[in-house]
Ligand binder design. Sequence first.
Ligand code: PGA
Length: 255
Amino acid sequence: MKKIYIGTNWKMMMTTEEGVDYTKKVMELEEFLHDHIQLFVIPSYTSLASIHEVLKDSSILMGAQNMHWEEKGAFTGEISPRMLKETGVNVVELGHSERRQYFNEKDEDINKKVKAALHYAMTPLVCVGENWEEKESGLSVGTLRKQIETCLNGLSAEQVKNVWIAYEPVWAIGEKGKPASADYVADIHQEIRSILVQLFGTQAYDIPLLFGGSVNTENFLGYLRKDQVDGLFIGRAAWELASFEAILKEVNRLN
Ligand code: PGA
């Protein structure tokens, strides 16, 4: 049975108190999930220690939303891989479109962060995705190829097995996002897989490919039913516990 990854990035939404409460409720839901469903939550930095404490006997993984690549140094306001590791972080989300758009994060920076995360035995969750203009100009696959080549540059085939990728088309994310069709997502995931196999060989079949962007209670099953989709990376529909619960219950029924 294929492993299914379901996770949520909280962005800058929850306080520690809210996050702890949310996590406890998700843990109650998780008890009823099959073992092949891997949940993960990605709180704000300020909540990581408290959420780690809540999750200590759980198989839910905890991620961070960003990270600097240096181990330490004079980088005011930044958080290093060593600090995240110490806090109990398992997964580091890198290159979300909001980081690229508002904080000018480049594929070259993401590449350094991917290597730093791997060095500290944390899983880099690398977000890639084209914007609307690129999609409409037929440049989706070319954009993704460039992002993947640069973000994963210099990794060995052995290392790449420890990377997760989230395909998150910029035009599908957030309040103004348009949900992508399941067929479109399956085609793009197929393209991403073949780019990865060209770059890293058959080890690239081990990389989980998650989809994110306006995933909701209406459309999530369509994505998950596609063989090319290994999981979902959910924003708004996961922050609402009722809709997250509805999604998880259905996912649990899938074979
Ligand atoms: P959304 O966010 O599900 O609210 O569109 C997705 C994301 O930004 O990863």
